[in-house]
Design a protein around this ligand. Structure first.
Ligand SMILES: Cc1cc2nc3c(=O)[nH]c(=O)nc-3n(C[C@H](O)[C@H](O)[C@H](O)COP(=O)(O)O)c2cc1C
Ligand SMILES: [Fe+2]
Ligand SMILES: [Fe+2]
Length: 448
């Protein structure tokens, strides 16, 4: 099944279209000015990205000017420049730092250099050849400065210090440390493909799987280099790690550093983080051929997110692999599964996931099913039966709707999400409170 771009026009307040240009403050006079790419399902050919990714870029203001740290993929230049323009004028930009030159972070660089011609381009000592190949230009045409570990740039009360961390995961990789704020701009290091507009690790959905998956596919081939880099990073006081993909790590950032050491074979300092334990977690998985079930999933997610003590994560099964999802589900409190009805059944990846769950104790977790259908709509009740068979509690009748959801039906989906989240935190009023029989399925076509 493929999404075939069908969601491009669906605004979703949960992980959303990247329409809103607001930059996000992450420290004093430091802003996130990156871009969200929730539609991406495969990155660099080798990575599945079940809910997309982010290209994080940052602006740092000192007394004497502004530094831009990393840019975004070329096709996301528009939101990046829109956000940048809200925190700085182009003539204020003194330096542009590229932590590595891969196109997902250097795509908007040529245009940024055109708009801020006075800015000094700062790259690692191993990057010049890469830069020339990237910009297809000769030495004389590109002005750049290379830096190494220990080099420093003072923006006026704001010092950027550089750490040479080659091969994490490109030869020219470096990290940039903002001394006064104790912020590490780590590039792809400590990053992951997890798109969530809430941005911060203590606010987004459960991304532990994404973090480990990213390490396994991107950093693991370079373990020895990771250990070298950690020797530079570990002594730094750290308030926050700002990577180029995925959540910004402000809650206990050091745990992620420790996890890299553990995964790279060094002595572990701390176990893998379990974020914000008091929150209840809801995972929403879906598959959709034409986008209707996807839109339901997004609306359910948006509704559930309005319940504060519940952390919601949304995953397209088309962009993932069952096995790591099983670990996520084992650790979660609730699971909602969405499938269209195809040939009188739910689609195979949904059954694959459900059959993988046989090894996990799911008793007492909350389950729910939803999906779009054309005429008979068997998928939702079949999934519900299976969820009950797996001993999940299914407090709300499954939600199915005929073909393309209307605005009113999407509002019902948001309500379904809200009630599901409330059921999770024990709000008795939520249950099957709409008067439907517990095993019944809400069918908008029948309700008329
Ligand atoms: C190959 C195929 C078989 C289908 N079989 C059924 C079916 O047996 N019963 C039904 O209610 N709808 C059936 N449908 C209709 C889909 O469930 C419907 O188009 C639904 O809106 C698709 O949801 P989606 O946009 O999330 O993919 C079928 C559609 C396709 C393409
Ligand atoms: Fe990269
Ligand atoms: Fe990257």
């Amino acid at each position: 099944m493929t999404m075939a771009g069908t969601r491009a026009d669906t605004a979703h307040p949960g992980i959303g279209q990247d329409g809103a240009p607001a930059p996000v403050p992450i420290a004093d006079d430091v802003h996130w000015i990156g871009a969200l790419d929730p539609q991406l399902r495969r990155f660099d050919l080798i990575l599945r990205t079940a809910n997309g990714t982010t290209y994080n870029a940052y602006a740092v203001r000192g007394r004497d000017g502004v530094a831009v740290v990393d840019t975004v993929k070329a096709e996301f230049a528009e939101p990046f420049f829109a956000r940048l323009e809200q925190v700085a004028r182009y003539d204020e930009i003194r330096v542009i730092v590229l932590n590595h030159l891969e196109p997902d972070h250097s795509g908007a660089l040529p245009e940024l250099m055109r708009r801020a011609p006075q800015a000094r381009l700062i790259i690692s000592k191993r990057a010049p050849a890469m830069l020339k190949a990237l910009l297809k230009a000769d030495d004389e045409e590109i002005r750049y400065e290379t830096v190494d570990t220990g080099h420093e740039i003072d923006l006026g009360g704001r010092r950027l210090k550089f750490l040479h961390t080659p091969f994490l995961h490109w030869p020219d990789t470096q990290c940039t440390y903002l001394v006064e704020e104790q912020v590490l701009f780590s590039g792809d290091v400590f990053g992951c493909h997890h798109c969530d507009r809430r941005l911060f690790n203590d606010r987004v959905g459960d991304f532990r799987f994404a973090f480990e998956y990213y390490y396994a596919h991107i950093m693991r081939p370079f373990k020895a280099h990771v250990l070298d880099a950690l020797r530079l990073i570990e002594p730094l006081p750290l308030k926050l790690i700002a990577p180029t993909h995925g959540p910004i790590l402000r809650e206990r950032p050091r745990r992620y550093v420790a996890r890299y050491r553990e995964l790279s074979g060094g002595a572990a300092l701390e176990p893998m983080p379990v974020d914000s334990a008091p929150l209840r977690t809801l995972l929403i998985f879906y598959l959709s051929a034409y986008g209707s079930t996807a839109r339901m999933a997004e609306a359910i997610c948006a509704g559930a997110e309005t319940v504060h003590s519940v952390r919601v994560s949304l995953y397209d099964l088309d962009g993932g692999e069952s096995e790591p999802f099983v670990d996520l589900i084992e650790a979660a409190d609730a699971l909602a599964l969405g499938s269209p009805t195809v040939n009188g059944d739910a689609v195979k990846p949904v059954w694959d996931l459900l059959s993988s769950l046989a090894v996990v104790n799911l008793r007492g977790k909350v389950g729910a099913a939803f999906g779009s259908y054309g005429w008979s709509g068997e998928a939702v009740p079949m999934i519900e039966d299976r969820l009950r068979g797996l001993k999940l509690r299914v407090p709300l009748p499954g939600l199915r709707l005929k073909l393309i959801p209307t605005d009113a039906e999407l509002a019902d989906c948001r309500d379904f999400g809200r009630r599901l989240a409330r059921a999770l935190v024990g709000d008795a009023a939520s249950g099957s409170g709409n008067g439907q029989a517990a095993r019944g399925v809400i069918d908008f076509a029948e309700l008329g």
